[in-house]
Design a protein around this ligand. Structure first.
Ligand SMILES: C[S@@+](CC[C@H](N)C(=O)[O-])C[C@H]1O[C@@H](n2cnc3c(N)ncnc32)[C@H](O)[C@@H]1O
Length: 240
Protein backbone atom coordinates (compact mmCIF):
# COMPACT_ATOMS: atom_id res chain seq x y z
CA UNK A 1 0.00 0.00 0.00
CA UNK A 2 1.34 3.41 -0.99
CA UNK A 3 1.83 5.95 1.80
CA UNK A 4 -0.72 8.72 1.17
CA UNK A 5 -1.41 12.01 2.97
CA UNK A 6 -5.09 11.40 3.76
CA UNK A 7 -5.67 7.79 4.77
CA UNK A 8 -9.48 8.04 4.84
CA UNK A 9 -9.59 9.49 1.33
CA UNK A 10 -10.37 7.15 -1.57
CA UNK A 11 -8.52 9.23 -4.18
CA UNK A 12 -5.17 8.03 -5.55
CA UNK A 13 -1.80 9.26 -4.27
CA UNK A 14 -1.32 11.85 -7.04
CA UNK A 15 -4.64 13.62 -6.37
CA UNK A 16 -4.06 13.53 -2.63
CA UNK A 17 -0.52 14.92 -2.96
CA UNK A 18 -1.76 17.74 -5.21
CA UNK A 19 -4.55 18.61 -2.71
CA UNK A 20 -2.11 18.50 0.19
CA UNK A 21 0.35 20.89 -1.46
CA UNK A 22 -2.51 23.17 -2.52
CA UNK A 23 -3.58 23.26 1.16
CA UNK A 24 -0.14 24.10 2.55
CA UNK A 25 1.18 26.23 -0.32
CA UNK A 26 0.83 29.57 1.49
CA UNK A 27 2.88 28.37 4.48
CA UNK A 28 5.19 25.98 2.61
CA UNK A 29 8.27 28.22 2.34
CA UNK A 30 8.06 29.37 5.95
CA UNK A 31 7.65 25.83 7.28
CA UNK A 32 10.42 24.47 5.06
CA UNK A 33 13.00 26.91 6.34
CA UNK A 34 11.74 26.84 9.93
CA UNK A 35 11.56 23.06 10.28
CA UNK A 36 14.96 22.53 8.64
CA UNK A 37 16.50 25.58 10.38
CA UNK A 38 17.44 26.85 6.94
CA UNK A 39 19.58 23.80 6.07
CA UNK A 40 17.37 23.04 3.05
CA UNK A 41 18.76 26.21 1.42
CA UNK A 42 22.35 24.94 1.81
CA UNK A 43 21.41 21.52 0.43
CA UNK A 44 19.96 23.06 -2.75
CA UNK A 45 23.07 25.25 -3.14
CA UNK A 46 25.36 22.23 -2.85
CA UNK A 47 23.30 20.24 -5.36
CA UNK A 48 23.32 23.04 -7.94
CA UNK A 49 27.11 23.39 -7.64
CA UNK A 50 27.45 19.85 -9.01
CA UNK A 51 26.27 21.17 -12.37
CA UNK A 52 28.66 24.13 -12.50
CA UNK A 53 31.16 22.50 -14.87
CA UNK A 54 28.46 21.41 -17.33
CA UNK A 55 26.93 24.87 -17.66
CA UNK A 56 23.49 23.57 -18.67
CA UNK A 57 21.55 26.02 -20.83
CA UNK A 58 18.12 24.39 -20.71
CA UNK A 59 17.11 23.17 -17.24
CA UNK A 60 13.95 21.37 -16.17
CA UNK A 61 12.98 21.59 -12.48
CA UNK A 62 10.55 18.76 -11.77
CA UNK A 63 8.08 19.11 -8.86
CA UNK A 64 9.24 22.71 -8.67
CA UNK A 65 6.64 23.69 -6.04
CA UNK A 66 7.28 27.32 -5.10
CA UNK A 67 10.41 27.32 -7.26
CA UNK A 68 13.26 27.40 -4.72
CA UNK A 69 15.46 24.89 -6.59
CA UNK A 70 14.82 26.74 -9.86
CA UNK A 71 15.86 30.01 -8.19
CA UNK A 72 19.04 28.41 -6.89
CA UNK A 73 19.81 27.08 -10.40
CA UNK A 74 19.94 30.68 -11.68
CA UNK A 75 23.54 30.74 -10.40
CA UNK A 76 24.38 28.43 -13.34
CA UNK A 77 23.40 31.26 -15.71
CA UNK A 78 21.14 29.10 -17.92
CA UNK A 79 19.14 30.45 -20.85
CA UNK A 80 15.92 29.02 -19.45
CA UNK A 81 14.61 27.11 -16.46
CA UNK A 82 11.25 25.40 -16.82
CA UNK A 83 9.51 24.29 -13.64
CA UNK A 84 6.61 21.84 -13.59
CA UNK A 85 4.31 20.81 -10.76
CA UNK A 86 0.88 19.27 -10.26
CA UNK A 87 -0.10 21.78 -7.55
CA UNK A 88 -1.51 25.02 -8.94
CA UNK A 89 -1.38 26.51 -5.41
CA UNK A 90 2.38 25.95 -5.10
CA UNK A 91 2.95 27.32 -8.62
CA UNK A 92 0.96 30.44 -7.82
CA UNK A 93 3.24 31.21 -4.84
CA UNK A 94 6.26 30.42 -7.03
CA UNK A 95 5.18 32.67 -9.92
CA UNK A 96 4.72 35.57 -7.49
CA UNK A 97 8.27 35.03 -6.21
CA UNK A 98 9.72 34.98 -9.73
CA UNK A 99 7.91 38.21 -10.61
CA UNK A 100 9.05 39.96 -7.43
CA UNK A 101 12.66 39.01 -8.19
CA UNK A 102 12.36 39.98 -11.84
CA UNK A 103 13.32 36.52 -13.11
CA UNK A 104 9.97 35.47 -14.56
CA UNK A 105 11.36 35.67 -18.10
CA UNK A 106 14.07 33.08 -17.34
CA UNK A 107 12.08 30.86 -14.97
CA UNK A 108 8.76 29.66 -16.33
CA UNK A 109 6.46 27.66 -14.05
CA UNK A 110 3.80 25.42 -15.58
CA UNK A 111 1.34 22.80 -14.48
CA UNK A 112 2.72 19.42 -15.44
CA UNK A 113 2.85 15.83 -14.25
CA UNK A 114 6.34 14.39 -13.86
CA UNK A 115 5.02 10.98 -14.84
CA UNK A 116 3.75 12.28 -18.18
CA UNK A 117 5.94 15.20 -19.26
CA UNK A 118 4.77 17.34 -22.16
CA UNK A 119 8.25 17.76 -23.70
CA UNK A 120 9.87 16.00 -26.66
CA UNK A 121 12.71 13.50 -26.12
CA UNK A 122 16.22 14.96 -25.62
CA UNK A 123 15.12 18.50 -24.71
CA UNK A 124 17.05 19.46 -21.56
CA UNK A 125 20.73 19.71 -20.63
CA UNK A 126 19.90 19.05 -16.98
CA UNK A 127 16.92 17.85 -14.96
CA UNK A 128 16.74 18.76 -11.27
CA UNK A 129 14.31 17.68 -8.54
CA UNK A 130 14.30 18.63 -4.87
CA UNK A 131 12.04 16.79 -2.43
CA UNK A 132 9.76 15.74 -5.28
CA UNK A 133 10.45 12.10 -6.19
CA UNK A 134 9.18 10.75 -2.85
CA UNK A 135 5.77 12.12 -3.72
CA UNK A 136 5.43 10.49 -7.13
CA UNK A 137 2.64 7.98 -7.52
CA UNK A 138 4.84 5.88 -9.79
CA UNK A 139 8.54 6.52 -9.07
CA UNK A 140 9.92 4.48 -11.98
CA UNK A 141 7.61 6.19 -14.47
CA UNK A 142 8.71 9.62 -13.23
CA UNK A 143 12.39 8.73 -13.46
CA UNK A 144 11.94 7.23 -16.93
CA UNK A 145 10.32 10.49 -18.07
CA UNK A 146 13.33 12.46 -16.76
CA UNK A 147 15.62 10.16 -18.70
CA UNK A 148 13.57 10.59 -21.87
CA UNK A 149 13.55 14.40 -21.86
CA UNK A 150 17.26 14.70 -21.03
CA UNK A 151 19.68 15.19 -23.90
CA UNK A 152 22.31 12.45 -24.29
CA UNK A 153 25.05 13.06 -21.63
CA UNK A 154 22.67 15.36 -19.75
CA UNK A 155 22.65 15.18 -15.94
CA UNK A 156 19.98 14.55 -13.39
CA UNK A 157 20.43 15.93 -9.86
CA UNK A 158 17.91 14.84 -7.24
CA UNK A 159 17.70 15.82 -3.57
CA UNK A 160 15.52 13.68 -1.35
CA UNK A 161 15.18 12.87 2.33
CA UNK A 162 17.00 9.75 3.42
CA UNK A 163 17.33 7.93 6.73
CA UNK A 164 20.22 8.79 9.08
CA UNK A 165 21.90 5.60 10.32
CA UNK A 166 24.45 6.56 12.97
CA UNK A 167 23.78 6.45 16.72
CA UNK A 168 22.83 8.76 18.46
CA UNK A 169 21.98 11.20 15.66
CA UNK A 170 19.50 8.74 14.15
CA UNK A 171 17.54 8.48 17.43
CA UNK A 172 17.56 12.23 18.11
CA UNK A 173 16.55 13.10 14.56
CA UNK A 174 13.80 10.46 14.45
CA UNK A 175 12.29 11.86 17.65
CA UNK A 176 12.28 15.35 16.12
CA UNK A 177 11.00 14.15 12.75
CA UNK A 178 8.14 11.95 14.01
CA UNK A 179 7.10 13.75 17.23
CA UNK A 180 7.99 17.45 17.12
CA UNK A 181 7.92 18.38 13.43
CA UNK A 182 4.34 17.08 12.79
CA UNK A 183 3.03 19.16 15.71
CA UNK A 184 4.65 22.40 14.50
CA UNK A 185 3.63 21.60 10.91
CA UNK A 186 0.01 21.00 11.95
CA UNK A 187 -0.30 24.25 13.89
CA UNK A 188 1.21 26.46 11.18
CA UNK A 189 -0.11 24.77 8.03
CA UNK A 190 -3.53 23.92 9.55
CA UNK A 191 -3.37 20.65 7.63
CA UNK A 192 -3.68 17.73 10.05
CA UNK A 193 -1.93 15.21 7.84
CA UNK A 194 0.76 16.93 5.74
CA UNK A 195 3.53 16.81 8.32
CA UNK A 196 2.67 13.27 9.45
CA UNK A 197 2.79 12.17 5.80
CA UNK A 198 6.32 13.65 5.57
CA UNK A 199 8.11 11.24 7.99
CA UNK A 200 5.87 8.34 6.93
CA UNK A 201 6.70 8.81 3.27
CA UNK A 202 10.43 9.16 4.02
CA UNK A 203 10.36 5.91 6.03
CA UNK A 204 8.84 4.10 3.05
CA UNK A 205 11.04 5.63 0.35
CA UNK A 206 14.06 3.74 -1.05
CA UNK A 207 17.19 5.69 -0.11
CA UNK A 208 20.95 5.34 -0.67
CA UNK A 209 21.99 2.26 -2.66
CA UNK A 210 18.37 1.24 -3.25
CA UNK A 211 17.61 4.51 -5.00
CA UNK A 212 20.87 4.34 -6.96
CA UNK A 213 19.85 0.82 -8.09
CA UNK A 214 16.54 2.18 -9.44
CA UNK A 215 18.31 5.02 -11.29
CA UNK A 216 20.62 2.48 -12.93
CA UNK A 217 17.68 0.26 -13.85
CA UNK A 218 16.11 3.22 -15.67
CA UNK A 219 19.35 3.65 -17.65
CA UNK A 220 21.26 6.39 -15.79
CA UNK A 221 25.04 6.02 -15.81
CA UNK A 222 27.80 7.49 -13.60
CA UNK A 223 25.39 7.41 -10.67
CA UNK A 224 26.41 8.54 -7.22
CA UNK A 225 24.91 9.37 -3.85
CA UNK A 226 26.15 12.20 -1.63
CA UNK A 227 24.70 12.07 1.91
CA UNK A 228 23.92 15.48 3.48
CA UNK A 229 23.94 16.39 7.20
CA UNK A 230 24.38 12.89 8.74
CA UNK A 231 22.18 11.40 6.03
CA UNK A 232 18.98 13.39 6.71
CA UNK A 233 18.92 13.99 2.97
CA UNK A 234 20.97 12.79 0.00
CA UNK A 235 21.87 14.13 -3.40
CA UNK A 236 21.66 11.60 -6.21
CA UNK A 237 23.32 12.27 -9.52
CA UNK A 238 23.23 10.39 -12.81
CA UNK A 239 23.92 10.90 -16.49
CA UNK A 240 21.98 9.85 -19.60
C1 LIG B 1 8.07 18.97 -1.03
S1 LIG B 1 7.57 19.85 -2.44
C2 LIG B 1 9.11 20.34 -3.15
C3 LIG B 1 9.06 21.64 -3.86
C4 LIG B 1 10.40 22.22 -4.30
N1 LIG B 1 11.06 21.39 -5.26
C5 LIG B 1 11.29 22.50 -3.11
O1 LIG B 1 12.43 22.03 -3.07
O2 LIG B 1 10.86 23.21 -2.20
C6 LIG B 1 7.06 18.54 -3.51
C7 LIG B 1 6.35 19.01 -4.76
O3 LIG B 1 6.21 17.89 -5.63
C8 LIG B 1 5.02 18.09 -6.38
N2 LIG B 1 4.66 16.84 -7.04
C9 LIG B 1 4.32 15.66 -6.46
N3 LIG B 1 4.05 14.74 -7.40
C10 LIG B 1 4.22 15.33 -8.60
C11 LIG B 1 4.07 14.91 -9.95
N4 LIG B 1 3.66 13.66 -10.26
N5 LIG B 1 4.36 15.78 -10.93
C12 LIG B 1 4.75 17.06 -10.65
N6 LIG B 1 4.88 17.52 -9.39
C13 LIG B 1 4.62 16.68 -8.38
C14 LIG B 1 4.05 18.61 -5.33
O4 LIG B 1 2.91 19.22 -5.87
C15 LIG B 1 4.96 19.57 -4.54
O5 LIG B 1 4.86 20.88 -5.00
Amino acid sequence: MAVVPYKEDTKGKKDQVASMFNNISKNYDLLNHLLSMGIDILWRKKAVKLLKKEQPKQILDIATGTGDFALEALSLRPEKITGVDISEGMLEVGRKKMKERGVDKIIELNVGDSENLQFPDNTFDAVIVSFGVRNFENLEKGLAEMFRVLKPSGSVVIIEFSKPKAFPFKQIFNFYFTSILPQIGKVISKDNSAYTYLPESVQEFPDGDRFIGILQQIGFKQTRCIPLTFGISSIYQGRK
